[in-house]
Design a binder for this molecule. Sequence first.
Ligand SMILES: [Zn+2]
Ligand SMILES: [Zn+2]
Length: 341
Amino acid sequence: MRAAVFRGPGEPLSIERVPDPSPEPGDLVLRVQGCGICGSDLHMSEQRMPPGMVMGHEYAGEVVEVGPEAAAGGWRTGERVCALPLAGCGRCVHCHAGNVHFCQAARSFGLGQAAGGYAEYVLAGAAESFRLPEALDGVQGALVEPLAVGLHIVGAARLRAGDNVLVIGAGPVGVAATLWARHFGAREIGVSDPVAGRRELAGRQGATFEIDPGSQEVLPAFEARAGGPPSVILECVGVPGMIQAAFDAAPPQGRVVIAGVCIERDSILPLGAVAKELSVRFAAYYNKTDFAYALDMLASGRVDPSGLITDVIGLAELPAAFESLRRPTSQCKVVVDPCRG
Ligand SMILES: [Zn+2]
Ligand SMILES: [Zn+2]
């Protein structure tokens, strides 16, 4: 099959012929119909991704081969699915709770272990797969994963109707969190991002106002618009200094969720967070319940993330598109459809 192979830091992805994936008994093989480019792919390609790896963990597609255990579970070729990019052992406490990312024996796809969805075919665990309803195509199905990320963050914040929410960062994660904050009834949702195009996108996906941290002090700007400080702060950037910024913006007993994946050392001054008795949660991935709910809301039209997809490209266009996303951009979710071109 054709795939976009990571060759090393600083090198563009390379379109090559690689062996087709071979399924384990509980796996499905999918013909990829959509695979989103994720900011974490860009980060991992700078230092942690093994050369020779195929990335891409936000995928949906048509089942073309079914492992024997998956077949016994009722899976058939021709079905269309989206899937967590993880296949758990199915027996441990974490798998039973749907928290497959905590399973010690989990295999991951597109995250540096087994090949992912920047390819014509990809594996998925049948137990981690969800059938797509007729109304959703593969490109839309690829949105379920990033939507589940945002949903998990809002869940970690224990968001309640009427909360005032500050979202720091309007990349795909921040915008997905914004969409769910709106869905669950936040009163004011202020989104801070230095890139104008990203702020506008957050506005279209549910932000009630936008803050430019390049020209405005974030907290005073929030208070001026919302009439008070945010009760919930969602940090969706992941560079040094952001955790402190989130703490500084929080009121007494505020709820802070750190979702930005910072891969450098960062320092905080705990004093303010202690004095304000902040509740601080870190959030990563999603559980199977998040995935199922995000898919349901997408399929029923109760969330409309159509603004999230800013481009759909073929596999041949992926290397150039991937490199262009390294620079500040107003692109949000770029989805690869390997069937194109
Ligand atoms: Zn991702
Ligand atoms: Zn397990």
